[in-house]
Design a protein around this ligand. Structure first.
Ligand SMILES: [Zn+2]
Length: 631
């Protein structure tokens, strides 16, 4: 949900909210009440608060602390001592608020039907908003301290720690406008969000969904989430009908979708121009001080190796025994026909702890602690929030919510979330409160690296050719979905933004043509492009978040590069990894990744990830060939 960003103060470090997938949609009748679940499989939140009364008492304290922050107003530039006092006061409020909010949210997610938990969660959110309003003066006042004075103060031992914080703040000065202009920009905020809200309402509620027959001839309404389930079905007729139903629903409203998307692109360009950036991309990258290369390298490197995706599409055609071409609705189904194994949670624990051993004993020890100290809420229960997340705060252990059902995917999710938890742990153990989070650009790197190393070592220990093929297929799908697909989206994002910047018309036809051409180039000669697929680019919610999609692809490549060094036991790789985890938010994302041995200013991490794709693809081609011959 929220990851700490540069200027948002009291955001919780909640990384990676895995979206609802078919595996989390349990039939209600088989889901137990929370009381029926063994204690050892529920997280233990008592180290945070003994009970709700303790939380209530802490709430009153923090409320006073927030109220007293106003007396710092007008003191920041007076002396080094008063500046330090205000910064420390702010740090303290942030971590206390974070603790209150995290506990309330976790209690609410345990069983979302409990009104008292909902009320506590709302109270903590209200307090955060109050604090945000009460501290609105803080940043403008910091920016008014004369440079020379500030630099001199930052030499002092007790203020030195804030050097990076100020560096990050002050580099934005060139893009901060006069008070009246800032006020006008803020006033436009609600109006510029309308197209995004309209898209969300249309695509989530008001769209006319269609009904098709599933593999068992039952009626299924095809919405965005039931569509995902249908794509994994072995029944091609059902997949095809579901595909046409979903895309047909979106196509009916393509002109409205084009208008809302144009609105989002115009919004990004308006703020970029207003803040004196040359392009919307320049503004998006500057938010985290990222060099332009992180975007262009990705696009060029993936485009240069798109033949790998063509080859993978051709393999799908062969393995699925298709006599015509491969359609979009054939891309998701697993190529290996094997009945899936199930793992108990104890088995999952042993597999993950064994799998992450290459990261070294200090790392494994923290994951071990997660099991021993009950940081994990394992199983689904009535009313529990679906999906999975890690919730780490400065004043508590990093807790993990799961809805574990025993599939291999669930075991991987455990490794992924513990990857987040481990970063939260080392960050808070080694950093002062001001740097206890981590930069957004790196947020998925630690978790994905844990997941990749786990999967690779699991694969290394799997001898059965069929199971090996199944696992490799899953890893290739991870990479197709993350690297190729999100780079396609990133290409579209860039092209659509540039239409807005050049003032060219953004009609449904123009936008769909861009998406069409990208699909033709990426999927290659064995792919049959159904005309209705052209509407795809108009239905992707991430385009409303201002250059967001490329992060998925870049993070995966950075994580794959780290995983590769770790698995090969390259000298210094483990030490570099531990240093990365301990860096917290004390450096810029790009420098932090360099600490881990990954230089995202060059195309090498992307090229290496694609080399891994090729290596896995080759093995899958060979395995499937041998199975074909054995038949
Ligand atoms: Zn994640």
């Amino acid at each position: 949900m929220i990851i700490r960003t540069k200027l948002s103060d009291a955001a919780w470090r909640l990384a990676c909210l895995t979206l609802i997938t078919m595996t989390t949609l349990l039939p209600a009748a088989t889901t137990p009440e929370r009381s029926a679940i063994e204690e050892r499989h529920k997280w233990d939140l008592t180290p945070m608060y003994a009970n709700q009364a303790a939380w209530d008492a802490h709430y009153l304290q923090v409320e006073q602390q927030v109220a007293s922050f106003a007396r710092r107003k007008g003191t920041l530039g007076k002396s080094a001592a008063s500046l330090l006092a205000a910064l420390q006061h702010r740090d303290d409020i942030n971590v206390q608020l974070e603790k209150l909010g995290a506990y309330a949210m976790m209690r609410k997610d345990e069983d979302m039907r409990v009104p008292a938990s909902q009320a506590a969660s709302q109270r903590s959110q209200t307090l955060e908003v109050k604090y945000g309003e009460a501290a609105a003066w803080f940043q403008p006042e910091l920016l008014q301290i004369p440079d020379a004075r500030l630099r001199k103060w930052l030499q002092q031992a007790d203020l030195k720690v804030y050097a990076h914080f100020f560096d990050d703040l002050l580099r934005s000065r060139a893009h901060i406008l006069s008070p009246r202009e800032e006020e006008l920009l803020a006033m436009a905020g609600k109006a510029t969000e309308v197209s995004s809200e309209a898209f969300s309402l249309l695509s989530n509620t008001e769209l006319r969904w269609r009904t098709v027959k599933d593999a068992e001839n039952r009626d299924v309404e095809i919405t965005s989430s039931s569509y995902v389930q249908a794509m994994y079905s072995k029944d091609r007729r059902y997949r095809r009908d579901a595909f046409h139903a979903l895309y047909g629903s979106f196509q009916e409203v393509k002109n409205t979708l084009a208008a809302t998307l144009a609105g989002a692109m115009q919004r990004d360009w308006y703020y970029s121009k207003a803040r004196r950036y040359d392009t919307s991309l320049a503004r998006a990258l500057d938010a985290e001080n990222l060099p332009p290369g992180v975007y262009s390298n990705l696009l060029q490197a993936v485009d240069g190796r798109r033949q790998l995706l063509h080859r993978y599409v051709a393999l799908k055609k062969k393995a699925l025994g298709l006599t015509d071409q491969v359609h979009f609705y054939d891309l998701y189904v697993n190529l290996v026909d094997v009945s899936e194994r199930s793992y108990t949670f104890d088995q999952a624990r042993d597999l993950v702890l064994e799998g992450v051993k290459p990261f070294g004993p200090d790392y494994v020890a923290v994951m071990q602690k997660a099991f021993d100290s009950r940081w994990i809420d394992v199983f689904a229960n009535q009313g529990k929030r679906s999906g999975a997340y890690n919730m780490g705060t400065y004043l508590s252990a990093p807790y993990v919510l799961l809805n574990y059902q025993g599939t291999f995917n669930d075991v991987s999710t455990l490794a992924h979330e513990l990857g987040h938890a481990t970063q939260s742990w080392f960050s808070r153990e080694n950093q002062p409160p001001v740097y206890a989070g981590y930069p957004m650009f790196t947020a998925e790197v630690a978790s994905t690296a844990a997941e990749i190393v786990f999967k690779q070592s699991f694969l290394d220990r799997t001898r059965d050719p069929k199971e090996r093929a199944f696992l490799i297929n899953q890893m290739l799908e991870d990479m197709r979905g993350t690297i190729f697909r999100h780079t396609q989206f990133a290409e579209f994002d860039l092209a659509a933004h540039s239409l807005a910047e050049k003032g060219e018309p953004m009609t449904a036809e123009a936008l769909m043509k861009i998406g069409h051409d990208i699909n033709v180039r990426y999927y290659g000669p064995e792919f049959a492009l159904d005309p209705v697929l052209d509407v795809e680019s108009l239905r992707i919610p991430h385009y409303y978040r201002g250059y967001y999609v490329y992060r998925y692809a870049d993070s995966y490549c950075a994580a794959a590069a780290i995983a590769r060094r770790i698995i090969r036991q390259e000298p210094g790789a483990r030490e570099a990894w531990m240093k990365f985890l301990k860096t917290g938010n004390s450096r810029y994302a790009i420098d932090m990744l360099k600490v881990a041995g990954v230089d995202m200013t060059t195309p090498k991490p992307v090229e290496d990830a694609l080399a891994l794709f090729e290596q896995l693809l080759l093995e899958l081609e060979q395995l499937l060939d041998r199975q074909q011959t054995a038949k």
